[in-house]
Design a protein. Structure first.
Length: 267
């Protein structure tokens, strides 16, 4: 569904923020893109929605080349929710915020009302439609931002560090919503994060360092490369380090090791 080929980008024309990055993302999958600050992961997310133009290489979405000619059609397929929920709220109330993109698309009023109610209900914000931003928690604001993106009825949703500014309760809200969108509604989800515990729940991981892709695979495959992750300033959480140690110990049964992984991936 998404093909990224030999993608490079520079902000100043000299130093490359991304260098020859190539990968595919299957329809309906959940991919996490991992990396420390400055690794290029947010640059990559902006390239995938056409906010930046690559200096080299290309992106295809559903067979369409991402360029100026196809940009409007591409943006019907892919949306993004950024890190700071306060910066994303553009409406006076929840209702107006979800309606913002629909108004720009000139969706008829009755159809717009139906979509607002449907997507507010989907993200659990149906009782907050008339609330103002200052009356909402961080997690609730992120859910509103996600509802606004979903109302555009795009197949792919990118969440750029969408949990990094939230408390544990708000993070859990967003994680559960992502699972629902991916597993029940079959949305393709791309999460940009440096939280390895969060990333265990993805289908595949892509790890960036200094603008280059250094690892790609399932969480199990990637988290075995503990030294490579540490070199990228990505520390495995304690529970994942325990899993790796158990994996190396031949005295521990495979069932116990698999149970440890199952426990970690549900957190």
């Amino acid at each position: 569904m998404i093909k990224v080929k030999d993608l490079s980008f520079s902000y100043n024309g000299h130093d490359e923020a991304l260098k020859n990055v190539t990968f595919d993302i299957k329809k309906g999958s959940w991919i996490s893109i991992l990396g420390h600050n400055g690794s290029g992961k947010s640059t990559l997310s902006k390239l995938m929605v056409g906010l930046l133009t690559p200096s080299k290489g290309h992106i295809e979405i559903d067979g369409l080349l991402l360029n100026d000619e196809n940009l409007l059609e591409i943006r019907k397929k892919i949306g993004i929710v950024f890190q700071n929920p306060d910066n994303q709220f553009v409406g006076v109330t929840v209702k107006h915020d979800i309606a913002f993109g629909l108004e720009n698309q000139r969706v008829p009023h009755n159809e717009m009302k139906e979509k607002i109610n449907y997507y507010a209900n989907l993200v659990g914000m149906q009782d907050f439609l008339n609330k103002e931003p200052h009356q909402l928690s961080g997690g609730q604001k992120q859910r509103v931002a996600i509802a606004g993106a979903l109302a555009m009825e795009q197949d792919v949703l990118i969440l750029d560090e969408a949990t990094s500014m939230l408390d544990p309760e708000g993070t859990l809200e967003i994680v559960n919503l992502i699972k629902k969108l991916n597993q029940t509604y079959h949305k393709t989800i791309i999460t940009i994060t440096h939280d390895l515990s969060f990333a265990t729940q993805s289908d595949e991981l892509i790890v960036l360092k200094g603008g280059e892709m250094i690892l790609k695979g399932t969480p199990k495959e990637v988290f075995k490369e503990e030294d490579v992750l540490k070199s990228s300033h990505l520390e495995l959480p304690f529970e994942l380090s325990v899993y790796n140690e158990a994996l190396k110990d031949e005295k521990i049964s495979k069932k116990v090791v698999e149970a440890l992984w199952a426990f970690n991936s549900k957190m």
